[in-house]
Design a binder for this molecule. Structure first.
Ligand code: SAM
Length: 355
């Protein structure tokens, strides 16, 4: 039975599912908040003791040789994989019970406003976007109920601190408007289920706001949520690297944790495309995972490698090795550090198209 929503968050289809997933969420809190610092501390000191250094001159192989066999490392890796598998299995098996009804709701919302959903019937999903990122069954693009599954799955990922989009609201608040203050058109690139997109409209009610993503299941769900809330935002299925928008169209563009999830070639093209569609003086605010130019400790390099192999993050090692900031500058942007957020793990960059 459908059990409605709590605010913007859908409820699972049974109390038993909700309770089980609350356990998984707490398991994740234990893995990340309690166990990760202990794992990282033990790993970094062991590397320093055994190798006499802990900087970038160490190869990943050397780091893995030391950290891999540590008992805390083995336990932590098992817990990380297991909690992720438990979460997706239970989330999907819960929402699949009302799949038919949910798909009818998504279909009915397609023609409703206030905003539009633009689907390209000839769209071909690139191979790059078909991976089961974070182990989500079917990935972002190949499960018709992937939107609601992603929504509840990421509730667990955010450990209960984003149930009403609190993090997304914070990142939107930190996005930097152009210096001249003119904000008529905004694009949220790789918007997933639109948790930032709708909040851009709340922050800039007079602006035309667009969310763009490659994954139709996420966009259809995003559109339904916006319709339910009566928020006037538009969603479009397109590629970040080939948006089809006109030159100089947007005053602000925004990307929240997109770039570590695409190949470096797609990242480069997307940044060039963002430059093209921004008007002179327009701003591109980016929140993203860290990369190696920031000098990562061995434990974090181990974590990124772990994630790429065991949590289906195939592109993050390439992202980490890339000179992300230089790639943004090479596209023509002036860059400066963006504002700090409550997530110290993320880097923040404001890139401005010179006026
Ligand atoms: C981690 S999610 C981004 C999170 C999202 N910005 C939010 O507000 O929660 C990565 C997103 O990138 C999208 N994506 C992957 N490749 C893409 C591409 N080439 N063009 C546009 N979107 C892409 C995925 O479908 C997915 O929704």
């Amino acid at each position: 039975m459908k059990r409605g929503n709590i605010g913007v968050l859908p409820r699972t289809n049974s109390l038993a599912d909700e309770s089980y997933l609350e356990f998984v969420e707490t398991f994740r809190v234990m893995n990340f908040v309690k166990m990760y610092p202990a794992f990282a501390g033990a790993s970094d000191s062991e590397v320093l003791e055994r190798k006499g250094k802990s900087d970038d001159s160490l190869s990943l192989k050397e780091i893995k040789e030391v950290i891999g066999p540590l008992p805390i490392s083995k336990t932590w890796q098992r817990f990380m994989r297991t909690h992720q598998e438990m979460m997706w299995r239970r989330v999907r098996s819960s929402f699949v019970v009302t799949e038919k009804e949910h798909l009818e709701e998504l279909k009915a919302a397609e023609t409703k406003g206030p905003g539009k959903l633009i689907i390209d019937p000839n769209f071909v999903t690139p191979e790059q976007a078909k991976r089961e990122i974070h182990l989500q069954p079917g990935g972002y693009a190949d499960d018709e109920i992937g939107g609601i599954v992603f929504h509840y799955g990421t509730k667990t990922f955010y450990q209960g601190y984003n149930d009403q989009n609190e993090h997304h609201i914070e990142f939107v608040e930190l996005a930097e408007p152009p210096q001249d203050g003119k904000v008529e058109r905004i694009l949220d690139v790789a918007c997933s289920i639109g948790q930032c997109t709708t909040n851009f409209k709340k922050r800039f009610p007079d602006a035309e706001v667009w969310g763009l993503d490659v994954a139709l299941p996420l966009l259809r769900y995003a559109h339904k949520c916006a319709v339910d809330e009566g928020i006037d935002v538009n969603y479009i299925q397109a590629l970040g690297e080939d948006t089809k928008f006109e030159d100089n169209h947007f005053d602000m563009v925004f990307a929240y944790i997109m770039f570590h999830e695409v190949p470096v070639s797609v990242m480069r093209k997307t940044i060039v495309e963002m430059f093209r569609i921004l008007r002179p003086g327009g701003t591109f605010t980016i929140f993203e995972f860290p990369n190696s130019s920031q000098g990562l400790p061995p434990s974090q390099r181990f974590l990124i490698d772990y994630d790429s192999r065991n949590n289906c993050e195939p592109y993050s090692p390439g992202f980490v090795k890339s000179d992300f900031l230089q790639i943004i500058k090479d596209a023509g942007f002036d860059t400066k550090p963006g504002k700090d957020s409550s997530n110290p793990f993320l880097q923040s960059i404001v890139a401005t198209k010179p006026a």
